[in-house]
Ligand binder design. Structure first.
Ligand SMILES: NC(=O)c1ccc[n+]([C@@H]2O[C@H](COP(=O)([O-])OP(=O)(O)OC[C@H]3O[C@@H](n4cnc5c(N)ncnc54)[C@H](OP(=O)(O)O)[C@@H]3O)[C@@H](O)[C@H]2O)c1
Length: 339
């Protein structure tokens, strides 16, 4: 029943979140390999003992059942074939494989049935996309969707550990009266709002914006769905939010939407503006559910519904979703494989 698990990128923000969640969810970890660029004499506690961080190598995945990849695209591209050849099942958090048609891109509560074929490589979607499609899915299922407009408000931890340190450094500088400048010369994260995440594409949109477009279409299986996204970095440590306006197949009253969300796994309705209850990163942080609320009819279209979502980008936006995928795959495995 227990599995040999490897985490590639174990020292990063998502890797460390994955370790905590494997423990908290009592994932049956029999043996653990914690992999990074180099070991550096580092170790991490898990299950009551200390595990060394090892440099990833061509033998790292020998005998491994589950390989959680929590590293950059180029690292995933280099090591996924090695892990697959060694017989490990890979769940990848990078965007390296998300757009390959044969690779399932899975949010278990939305399209978990794609795991029934027990694919060897599964892509974990973008951290903003996961929250947005979770809130769109019940509406799409009930009445259909015609188009979606999105503005994201993404925390700095979404860019990894070094970026988070840049935010914290910038806040300190700013509070001391200095310009909160970023070490690499880019626009400061602290005391700022930056409409630029990932590189710019030829069409003027950022790669992050296009990821949300492509991934929303792929997960909802609506390849022509018009989706418009502006992705923005905000000076928040953890927790992404998004303002979403969807034109639906028919008019949906906010109460009907709240009832559909409340009945959907993985969503929690936070929608009582009179008591200042709405989705916010500080409330979504540290939990696995996506918060959805501020439901109201759109002013610009009779079938439009506007709402707001917030989620923990390191948990449901990354590690939780990846581990849920692994749990589904484990539960689908034939008994002989699980024994
Ligand atoms: N942060 C989020 O909210 C979030 C959400 C969804 C998806 N993702 C994706 O998840 C992945 C990890 O993100 P993160 O935020 O955890 O990044 P991070 O904090 O920067 O961590 C990166 C990890 O990759 C390791 N690494 C770097 N170069 C390596 C190499 N050449 N070989 C092996 N390991 C290497 C690092 O190890 P060292 O300590 O040795 O440098 C570290 O463990 C990225 O693809 C990201 O896009 C992130």
């Amino acid at each position: 029943m227990s599995q040999r698990v490897a985490i590639l990128g174990a020292t990063g923000l998502v890797g460390r979140a994955a370790l905590r969640l494997l423990e908290a969810r009592a994932y049956p970890v029999g043996d653990l390999r914690l992999l990074a660029a180099d070991g550096g004499g580092r170790s991490v506690g898990f299950g009551g003992r200390s595990w060394p961080i090892e440099p990833v190598s061509s033998r790292s995945f020998d005998g491994v059942d589950l390989a959680l990849f929590t590293c950059a695209n180029d690292v995933s591209l280099q090591w996924a074939p090695v892990a697959r050849a060694a017989g490990a099942r890979v769940v990848d958090n990078s965007s390296a494989f998300r757009f390959q048609p044969e690779v399932p891109l899975v949010v278990p509560e939305v399209n978990g049935e794609l795991l029934e074929s027990r694919p060897g490589l599964v892509a974990n979607p973008n951290c903003s996309t996961i929250a947005i499609v979770l809130a769109l899915a019940p509406l799409a299922r009930a009445v259909g969707i015609e188009r979606v407009e999105i503005a994201t408000y993404q925390s700095v931890s979404g860019g990894g550990g070094e970026m988070l340190e840049e935010l914290e450094r910038g806040v300190r500088l700013g509070l001391e009266g200095d310009p909160p400048a970023r070490g690499d010369g880019g626009p400061a994260f602290a005391f700022n709002v930056v409409p630029h995440i990932d590189r710019f594409e030829d069409n003027g949109y950022t790669r992050e914006e296009m990821k949300v477009v492509w991934e929303t279409r792929k997960i909802l299986e609506l390849p022509e769905l018009p989706v418009h996204v502006t992705a923005v970095r905000v000076p928040v440590r953890v927790g992404h939010a998004a303002a979403v306006t969807a034109v639906l197949g028919r008019a949906v009253d906010p109460d009907e939407a709240r009832a559909a969300w409340a009945a959907w796994p993985g969503l929690v309705v936070a929608d009582d503006p009179a008591r200042a209850r709405y989705p916010m990163p500080l409330d979504a942080g540290g939990r696995d559910e996506v918060l959805v609320g501020r439901a109201r009819r759109a002013l610009h279209h009779p079938r439009g519904l506007a709402f707001f979502v917030a989620s923990d980008n390191l948990r449901k936006g990354a590690a939780t979703n990846a581990i849920q995928i692994a749990e589904c795959l484990m539960n689908l495995a034939p008994a002989a494989e699980r024994a």
